[in-house]
Structures are given as structure tokens and as C-alpha cells.
Design a protein around this ligand. Structure first.
Ligand code: ADP
Length: 212
């Protein structure tokens, strides 16, 4: 794929068309306080590059989005429940030492922590590193002390789309999300852990999508 570096004016034009399509060259020129003649070369470049679509008597449309429509549709159709893996779960009373052993044995980067069977927190590689630097007795301290705890855990539901889950992973800068089911008992919310979705699951999906 050839990537074209657009000028700042061309980028502005793309933005204006995205927000106002269909829009005539005259209207674009008005917004930018320029003449139509000045804009003509920019519009020609953007149309040839397939970013804008010009329809006579109607105006310009943004065409770039259609280049990614197939990927968008696919990620927006597949639910996290379809790509989730089996979660590695330990109880909050487990020692930090045993939790580290589980991380190695199960070959994961994040472990989900529960309290009485419900989601209580998450513990990752970095949490273990921090706790050892902090000099705690990893044989005595329970993992519940060093984990990131509820309600700060970012979760997903089995019927949420992969696109939503991927956005959460990027926005919150985490490697994985517990897939949960909400239960309400005595007006309190509890979350049963039914899986996990990680960057690896999403990367695997990309490989499958292109048929490798
Ligand atoms: P790593 O430690 O390998 O960089 P992460 O980037 O996933 O892994 O974790 C960074 C921090 O975010 C850790 O403190 C971890 O406890 C926390 N964390 C991991 N997953 C989640 C999540 N789904 N919701 C909230 N916090 C999380």
C-alpha cells in the first residue's frame, strides 16, 4: 500500500467533507476562506487518491471509509464470547508466590483474582515486579493485597463486539479483559468470570480473517 502524506490544507478538506458530506467545492472554499480555483488542485489530488468521491451536481463525499469497511464490519459482528479463552483464575487469598507460579505454569501475562467465586481484581506481570521491588514477603502476602481491584477493573461481556473490547484494551492500556456475567443479589452487583479476551485473541482473529 502506498501512503500519501497530505498537506495540512488537504487534511482540513478531508475533515470538512467527513463532517458535511455531500458538500460542494464552493461550500468547502467558503469554510476555508479560499477561492474555488485555489482548492481545485487539492480536490483533484484527494479524488485521485480515492479519499474523496465527486458526484456531479451533488458534491464531494468522503470515500476513504469504504477502504476499511470489510474489517469494520467483521470486528463489529464478532462477539467477544466467540473468541474468548479460558481464564486463569485464583482466589484473593493465594500467596503472591503461588500466583507467580500459576502465571508461569499457565503461560499467561494476567491472572484474574476472585473472592468467593466473583471477580475481585486482576494481577499482571508488572504488579508482581512492583511487589518484589517493594520487598514484600511473597510467601506470606496474599495476591489480594497487590492486585488492581474492583471497581477499577475494565471488563467485557460475551455479547459485546470485538471492536468494543479492542477499543477498551487500547484506551485503558491493558493486555486483557475478563469476560463477565453480571449477577444482582440484594441490590449488589457481582461479576462471574466466564472467560478472558486478550491482545492475543484479537491478533489471532486478524490472522484468521485474512485466511492464514
Ligand atoms: P503488564 O503488567 O504485563 O504490563 P497490563 O498492561 O495488562 O500487563 O497491566 C498493567 C496494569 O493494569 C497492572 O497494574 C494490572 O493490574 C492492571 N490491569 C490489567 N488488566 C486490567 C483490567 N482489565 N482492568 C483494570 N486494570 C487492569
Amino acid at each position: 500500500m502506498v501512503t500519501i502524506e497530505f498537506s495540512s490544507r488537504q487534511k482540513k478538506i478531508i475533515q470538512i467533507v467527513k463532517e458535511n458530506e455531500p458538500i460542494t467545492s464552493e461550500q468547502i472554499a467558503n469554510v476555508l476562506n479560499l477561492t474555488r480555483a485555489t482548492l481545485r488542485p487539492d480536490l483533484a489530488i484527494l479524488t485521485m487518491a480515492g479519499i474523496l468521491d465527486a458526484r456531479p451536481k451533488v458534491g464531494y463525499f468522503y470515500a476513504g471509509k469504504y477502504q476499511n469497511e470489510a474489517i469494520y464490519n467483521e470486528l463489529n459482528k464478532i462477539k467477544t464470547g466467540e473468541i474468548k479463552s479460558v481464564p486463569v483464575v485464583i482466589d484473593e487469598k493465594t500467596s503472591v508466590y503461588d500466583a507467580i507460579v500459576s502465571m508461569f505454569l499457565e503461560d499467561v501475562g494476567t491472572i484474574i483474582v476472585t473472592s468467593e467465586g466473583y471477580l475481585a481484581g486482576v494481577v499482571s506481570r508488572k504488579d508482581f515486579l512492583k511487589s518484589t521491588i517493594g520487598g514484600i514477603d511473597i510467601h506470606k502476602v496474599p495476591v489480594g493485597i497487590i492486585m488492581t481491584r474492583m471497581p477499577n477493573i475494565i471488563t467485557t461481556y460475551a455479547d459485546e463486539t470485538v471492536l468494543e473490547a479492542a477499543k477498551k484494551i487500547i484506551e485503558h492500556e491493558v493486555d486483557s479483559l475478563p469476560v463477565v456475567e453480571k449477577e444482582i443479589r440484594e441490590d449488589k452487583e457481582y461479576f462471574k468470570v466466564i472467560g478472558r479476551v486478550s491482545k492475543t485473541n484479537i491478533t489471532k482473529l486478524f490472522i484468521e480473517m485474512v485466511g492464514l
